[in-house]
Design a protein around this ligand. Structure first.
Ligand code: NAG
Length: 183
């Protein structure tokens, strides 16, 4: 909580995952309205947060609307709902990342997403709006990080199949990055 408050005071972007999301679900006001924040919940974490903030269960027939509503209720900070497809919203748009991965998800894969998102969010903010075609830089960064993680998953699965671990995915980062962003 202290780190989040200091980051807000200094205008430093923050990515919040896992235990951090647990904290936010207990006390949403810690982060509400801080547009430099990006939250990366899985479906379970998303539901917990949604119920805490909107005081309503998630509408399982409307995943897009739910992500949009939670982002707006949090003051338009960026939400990345990880899943079979990743749903990303900044309170205005909902972007879907369905870049091909594989049928396997590894424990720790979310750390690869939030870690690469930290880098891409920084780059997108420094690059400025003309480099992100006027789109919210956090939205662009989130789409990039989701695509990158899925590309790593795809490449590692081709080599290791069902025995793939997140470490195998990390080994693919360099080539996945080149393939997506440097060709
Ligand atoms: C969030 O974004 C929506 C859509 O652009 C806008 O209508 C709303 O006023 C914004 N909310 C805040 C708190 O800025």
């Amino acid at each position: 909580q202290g780190i989040i408050e200091k980051s807000k005071m200094k205008g430093i972007p923050v990515i919040i995952d896992a235990d951090g999301l647990w904290l936010i679900a207990q006390q949403p006001s810690i982060i509400q309205g801080y547009e430099q924040a990006i939250l990366t919940p899985n479906f379970m974490e998303f539901s917990r947060l949604y119920e805490a903030v909107l005081r309503d269960p998630v509408d399982s027939n409307d995943h897009h609307g739910s992500v949009l509503r939670l982002s707006q209720a949090m003051g338009n900070l960026t939400i990345v709902q990880k899943g079979e497809k990743d749903l990303i919203s900044d309170g205005e748009k909902v972007v879907v990342c369905s870049h091909e991965g594989s049928s396997r998800r590894c424990g720790g894969q979310g750390d690869l997403l939030s870690g690469s998102l930290g880098v891409l969010a920084h780059w997108a903010l420094v690059a400025g709006p003309e480099k992100t075609n006027g789109l919210n830089p956090s939205l662009v960064a989130a789409f990039g990080a989701c695509s990158l993680t899925r590309q790593c998953n795809n490449q590692a699965f081709q080599k290791h199949g069902r025995s793939m671990t997140t470490t195998d995915m990390i080994s693919e980062l360099g080539t996945a990055f080149s393939k997506l962003f440097e060709t």
